[in-house]
Design a protein around this ligand. Structure first.
Ligand code: G3P
Ligand code: MG
Length: 241
């Protein structure tokens, strides 16, 4: 069966990267969720895609100015629909608790590269602490666009599979060296990078390949036939894929 990752949860049925979006994925029978994490000012890892709260909460600002006590003031649901008013921004700790009760495999994307190396490493350490709390039956992939962040993680533990995120900004010519540097066993290319030739090269090198973000069934079928998994906003339409 092809691996289908619900991108930021089932983000068309509930606000992205909230427990509500992960609950929708669980109820739909989705086996993998993709989500994003970064650390706020007090070092707490939270589940959010952007470095600012403007798009997905009711209070604008940088996440790097928040502490844990601010999280309860944020409404991460009203922007999506009144049905989700008051939906909180989850911490990574809360996501792990949720997954231990609603088991789905986790593709955790590390953000944390906008404030320099110290923050990127703080995120690696915080993520390891939380991921170590997951039930061992839950498969984990840690993904990042930053090879050095993955390398830091692989220096600290070999418990989690690592995926190098790659888009058109990356030098395709350097992928082998980069993969070796960071200890990844998966590559997650954007559709722009995931040509048939590129996918064949990745698979021949023994890598697992998950392509993002695939939002139509025809393209998903193409990548399935090439041997890839998909990261998608419509995972509920790909159950049993
Ligand atoms: O994991 C694939 C995808 O999530 C990477 O891009 O910006 O949606 O986090 P983004
Ligand atoms: Mg992501």
């Amino acid at each position: 069966m092809t691996d289908v990752h619900a991108h930021r949860g089932l983000n068309r049925q509930a606000p992205e990267n909230t427990i509500a979006a992960f609950e929708k994925a669980y109820s739909a029978g989705v086996r993998w969720i993709e989500t994003d994490t970064d650390v706020i000012a007090d070092g707490t890892p939270i589940v959010m895609h952007d470095a600012a709260t403007d798009r997905t909460t009711d209070r604008p600002g940088s996440i790097y100015d928040l502490t844990s006590s601010d999280l309860g003031k944020l409404d991460a649901g009203s922007w999506f629909s009144t049905e989700f008013a008051g939906e909180p921004v989850p911490t990574l700790h809360q996501l792990v608790d949720f997954l231990n009760g609603h088991p789905m495999n986790l593709n955790l994307e590390l953000k944390g590269n906008q404030q320099g190396g110290r923050q990127a490493i703080a995120l690696v350490e915080a993520a390891i602490t939380e991921l170590n709390r997951l039930d061992p039956s839950i498969e984990v992939i840690v993904s990042s666009f930053a090879p050095l962040q993955l390398a830091e993680l692989s220096r600290r533990t070999d418990r989690f599979a690592l995926a190098l995120l790659a888009d058109s900004r990356d030098l395709r010519a350097n992928w082998r060296a980069t993969i070796e540097l960071c200890g990844a066993t998966l590559i997650h290319p954007s559709t722009t990078l995931a040509t048939h030739q590129a996918v064949d090269e990745y698979l021949a090198a023994g890598l697992r390949v998950n392509v993002w973000t695939i939002n139509d069934l025809g393209t998903a079928n193409k990548y399935r036939n090439w041997g890839c998994g998909v990261i998608t906003d419509i995972a509920d339409q790909m159950i049993g894929f």
